[in-house]
Design a protein around this ligand. Structure first.
Ligand code: 5AD
Ligand code: SF4
Length: 448
């Protein structure tokens, strides 16, 4: 440990946690904020400079590291504290895990580097930094973290609950198995307890999170082996919890029981995010996805058989090394065949240390741009068609915020569409509406 340029003199009084990337990072960010609050620090007001800034970073795609350095520069530049002092900066998340040592070497204004499995140790690391030292922690024993975090107290109407972390799939383009480590499932009883606390604290909807959430495994109260479907069934028995979702899933872990659950559990929302990445079996093999186009489509057919109105979502990567025009055309055909309600699509980005990064035939930026545009046009067309087909339906909306207009509210439909409506409501209400109009990114509802 060596001293940063100008160490803060006291423990920080205010903090700000800035999360990038996936929903798991959002969850981790909330837990870090709770942890710091439990130490007596308060969240800085919006727009105000905080004594401690935690950058909760994402490493999944391009320019993650450069972004961290420019954020650090901005925080230091904007600091308006006493002369001679500096803000305390902690880098957390997957960039911290992957490049922590380099960050410590290159950015003297950073005094804490903490990986995604070690953030329960943030308070002691902050104390070290306040005393003028620097602290790095990138160990990966995930269970220790959850046990050491404070109990949940308050929740927004829609809450995240991480049930599973890490990934053993090793898709050849992906950093997650390296930054988040091996797959672990949190114990059943811990999850039931956390869900109960979230609901008591105001959650109406819980989204179960994991890099491979449908690989979750546990033992129920009676010691019986259960999968994600069993966990969902138990959580659904809580009368005050109205909605359950889960993300992100791997096609190979869509068990018969989980598929059946979509037809049996009303509180399990009719939405499935099931990344496919590409529509060519050759590319899928090079990606080490361990499923084929056909096996993926078969899973979707079976889910649709038990839940015909299910909204499907996916992830796509265009321009994986060696992807030909004909192979990309297969991705477009897959999209046409599925009719996604929504989807995320990305240009392939070489991640250092992954097998794909050293593969031959990297695709040029122009070709990737062109493919991404074509794919996104097709996905946009399908999501608009999905929304248009929803007009005329009556459904419940979980209200999550006020709209821009006086008396306007925004919320989510069962199919995860954004819906706005006018009238009497409050955040956290489940209100019934008729969907009367579809715009490009949202729907208009009318209170029933
Ligand atoms: N390049 C581009 N996209 C990627 N993803 C993961 N790794 C990469 C990469 N190296 C995408 C995948 C994944 C989503 C979370 O991010 O589509 O499902
Ligand atoms: Fe990454 Fe593949 Fe694991 Fe998803 S399944 S986290 S893409 S390695």
């Amino acid at each position: 440990m060596s001293a940063p340029t100008s160490p803060p003199k006291d423990l920080p009084k205010t903090f700000h946690v800035k999360s990038f990337g996936c929903q798991m990072n959002v969850y981790d960010g909330e837990r870090m904020a709770e942890l710091l609050a439990a130490q007596g620090m308060t969240a800085a007001e919006a727009g105000a400079n905080a004594d401690l800034v935690v950058l909760n970073t994402c490493h999944i795609r391009e320019r993650a590291t450069e972004k961290v350095y420019s954020d650090i520069g901005r925080i230091v530049k904007n600091w308006d504290g006493e002369a001679g002092t500096a803000p305390m900066i902690a880098v957390a998340g997957c960039v911290a895990q992957a490049e922590g040592e380099e960050i410590m070497a290159r950015a003297p204004s950073v005094s804490v580097v903490v990986g995604p499995q070690a953030y329960h140790r943030l308070p002691e690391m902050v104390a070290t930094a306040a005393a003028g030292g620097r602290a790095t922690e990138t160990d990966m024993p995930a269970e220790a973290k959850f046990a050491a975090l404070p109990k949940r107290r308050k929740s927004a109407p829609s809450a995240f609950l991480t049930v599973q972390e890490g990934c053993d799939k090793f898709c050849t383009y992906c950093v997650v198995p390296y930054t988040r480590g091996a797959e672990i499932s949190r114990p059943f009883s811990d999850l039931v307890e956390e869900a109960t606390l979230l609901v008591a604290g105001g959650a109406v909807e819980i989204t179960l999170l994991g890099q491979n959430v449908n690989a979750w495994m546990g033992e129920d109260h009676k010691g019986r082996a259960v999968g994600l479907d069993g966990l969902i069934r138990t959580l659904a028995a809580n009368p005050d919890l109205q909605r359950i979702r889960y993300t992100t899933s791997h096609p190979n872990d869509m068990t018969d029981a989980l598929i059946a659950a979509h037809g049996e559990i009303d509180k399990l929302m009719p939405f499935l995010h099931l990344p496919v990445q590409a529509g060519s079996d050759r590319v899928l093999k090079a990606m080490n996805r361990s499923h084929s186009v056909e096996s993926y489509l078969r899973v979707l057919d079976r889910v649709r058989a038990v839940r015909p109105d299910i909204a499907l979502s996916g992830d796509f990567i265009v321009g994986f090394p060696g992807e030909t025009d004909a192979e990309f055309a297969e991705t477009l055909r897959l999209v046409d065949a599925v009719g996604y309600a929504q989807a995320f699509s990305f240009k392939y980005s070489a991640r250092p240390g992954t097998p794909a990064a050293t593969m031959a035939d990297h695709i040029s930026a122009e070709v990737m741009d062109e493919r991404l545009q074509r794919l996104q046009a097709a996905l946009q067309r399908d999501s608009q068609a999905f929304n248009a087909a929803s007009v005329g339906k009556r459904c419940h909306i979980l209200v999550d915020r006020r709209g821009k207009l006086v008396g306007q509210w925004l919320g989510k439909s069962p199919w995860l569409q954004s819906v706005h409506f006018m009238g009497d409501a409050a955040i956290g209400d489940l209100v019934e509406v008729d969907l009367i109009e579809a715009g490009p990114n949202s729907l208009t509802g009318r209170l029933v």
